[in-house]
Design a protein around this ligand. Structure first.
Ligand code: NDP
Ligand code: OXD
Length: 320
């Protein structure tokens, strides 16, 4: 360790073996305090200048009062913004191709599973039933992506490559080649076009509880699948799960794919586990790769120490 290399505290609720292995290669020449390592529990955190956090221990900021920057272990920062004592220093979120690529894979997969009626074929296969189902083309389906940030824009691009018609919605108007986009005032017009709704929004005061029965009722009806599909990998707090269940049961929704839930893990008795044409994944659409995370943090610290501004800064007023 060089005398000038400011120490880093790592407080990540990730797989501890993965974190330890990644740290054996990361931050060369810099003192690192890993709070998940039992051998390091007594260490003084007052010397730490940077913190890498995800669902961190509640005493972190009280014990580390001299931080210059906080790095989120994930792309979303709703967990970080509510950590007790979060200091008023730059908060940097995790943006990396490894995460973006994983998310787009998940989104494209879910759209294709619903397009190709996979759940119905799987049920037929269980019964040994050989029967072809109607097969709309991707271009006949309009996928509406809510949230046109890093993840939304990559998903839009890859959905278009698969042939889907794509529209997008975000707070501020975006210009994306070949995609009709709507700003926050265009929500109803956007929904009226949408057969498959993809949620890639952060959880903020504005987006909490947004995906409810009233919103599902505004989606396009009578498309090739008969009724719309809801796909969410943003945050569970943005969805009203009782309304999803009721909309699936009543036929307002044809199907759903959900990676995020208001309570995680999803309760064992949730009807979402067993509703037909409903796919549940355990907040695994785009897990952070811890090696990539540390490379990103190293790069941002290097920028900062060279007098350059941090990238991917969170706007605390907007909440993302
Ligand atoms: P970004 O900050 O890059 O993009 C967020 C997008 O949401 C922006 O387009 C923003 O609009 C839009 N937005 C925010 N608030 C509103 C609002 N009130 N009305 C309309 N649009 C709004 O985030 P990312 O794309 O990197 O990530 C999105 C979210 O995905 C994360 O916050 C996280 O919750 C979730 N996520 C989930 C993962 C999983 O495994 N399930 C993994 C990683 C992330 P504007 O462009 O105008 O600012
Ligand atoms: C994230 C997540 O925000 O994993 O990165 O949900």
């Amino acid at each position: 360790m060089t005398a000038s290399a400011a120490p880093v505290v790592v407080d990540l609720k990730f797989n501890p073996d993965d974190v330890k292995a990644a740290l054996s290669r990361a931050f060369p020449g810099r003192d690192v305090i890993n709070r998940a390592d039992p051998d390091q529990t007594g260490r003084d955190l007052a010397q730490a200048r940077y913190a890498v956090v995800w669902k961190s221990q509640p005493d972190l900021f009280a014990r580390a009062p001299n931080l210059q920057a906080v790095f989120s272990g994930g792309a979303g920062v709703d967990h970080v913004l509510t950590l007790p004592g979060l200091p008023d220093v730059p908060l940097v979120r995790f943006v990396d191709p490894t995460l973006t690529t994983r998310m787009s894979e998940w989104v494209v997969l879910q759209c294709l599973l619903h397009l190709r009626q996979h759940a119905r074929y799987a049920a037929q296969a269980q019964r040994g039933e050989w029967a072809e189902l109607p097969q709309p083309e991707a271009r006949e389906i309009t996928v509406g992506v809510m949230g046109l940030g890093v993840l939304g824009q990559d998903a839009v691009r890859k959905l278009k490559i698969m042939g889907f018609t794509v529209v997008g919605w975000s707070r501020r108007q975006k210009t994306i080649d070949g995609v009709e986009t709507y700003d926050e005032n265009g929500l109803d017009a956007f929904l009226a076009r949408t057969d498959m709704l993809v949620g890639l929004l952060p959880l903020t005061a504005e987006t909490r509880g947004l995906y409810d029965a009233a919103l599902f009722a505004k989606l396009r009806r009578g498309g090739p699948l008969g009724a719309p599909v809801f796909i969410n990998a943003g945050r569970g707090g943005s969805q009203v799960e009782a309304d999803i269940v009721a909309s699936l049961r009543s036929g307002v929704l044809h199907g759903a794919s959900l990676d995020v839930f208001s309570t995680e893990p999803l309760e064992a008795d949730s009807p979402l586990w067993t509703l037909p044409n409903t796919i549940v994944t355990p907040h695994a659409a785009a897990a952070s790769d811890v090696n990539a995370l540390f490379r990103h943090v190293e790069a941002q610290i290097k920028r900062h120490e060279a007098g350059l501004p941090f990238e991917h800064l969170v706007d605390r007023t907007a909440g993302y």
